[in-house]
Structure formats: C-alpha cells, structure tokens
Design a protein around this ligand. Structure first.
Ligand SMILES: [Zn+2]
Ligand SMILES: [Zn+2]
Length: 124
C-alpha cells in the first residue's frame, strides 16, 4: 500500500456516495458507474487492496454482469489497473469507446435504488 494512502475516513471509495447508477450491491462489494469515466466500476467494501481471491473472483463476476447489461456481452474489457485510487480495490468494465464517450455522453444518475433501469441526468 502506498505511504501516502489515506485512511477509510478520507477515502472516496469508502464514502460510496450514490450519485450515478448503481447496478449491484451485496456484502462484499458494490457496482456503479464511475463518476470520472462513466464506466461500470466494482468497489470492494473493505478499505485496502488485499482482497481475498474468492472476493476478487466474485467482484469480477458481478462487474462482468454489469458490463454485459450496459454494453452487451463481449463488448467491454475488465480493467483492474487502479490509477486514481491505488489504495482501495476497484476495477472497471470499459467499452471500446469510453475515452471519447465520457466527453459526450450524458452521465447516469442514482435512481433511488440499486439495480433497475439505468437513468441518465436530465430524464425523469
Ligand atoms: Zn473511472
Ligand atoms: Zn477506502
């Protein structure tokens, strides 16, 4: 873990603010659209990066389900590189056009519950 890593109280992923669409939540993790890049992102509920193998396998599985729901089967790739927040386990499901798309597509918003239809900002 990097030396400058903040504790859980100062960690954006621990905060788990619900601004975007949430695809899934259970005891291990949650999956929501990433606020930075608009791709589905799975986040471990524990602060840290040493997630047990079984938890990682589970998280990748639910992330794949969210990616399939959003982009279609096989139309995305799992990205496990933790660029912005290297101290807390998370992974993205990225479609091919995500870098262009995030400047043009309307971000999703939290619908008030986990799962269900994905609503974008500006729709009722
Ligand atoms: Zn992101
Ligand atoms: Zn954290």
């Amino acid at each position: 873990m990097p030396e400058h890593a903040p504790g859980p109280d100062d960690c954006e992923l621990c905060e788990a603010a619900r601004f975007t669409h949430w695809y899934h939540e259970d005891d291990v993790c949650w999956v929501a659209d990433c606020e930075a890049c608009d791709c589905p992102m799975v986040v471990w509920k524990d602060h840290g990066t040493d997630a047990p193998e079984a938890a990682v396998a589970h998280m990748i599985e639910v992330l794949e389900a969210a990616g399939t729901e959003r982009f279609g089967a096989g139309r995305f790739a799992i990205d496990r590189v933790m660029r912005q927040i290297p101290w807390h386990f998370h992974a993205h499901a990225r479609d091919r056009g995500w870098q262009q798309r995030r400047w043009s597509s309307q971000p999703s918003r939290y619908s008030g519950s986990v799962g269900g239809p994905r609503l974008v900002i500006g729709t009722p």
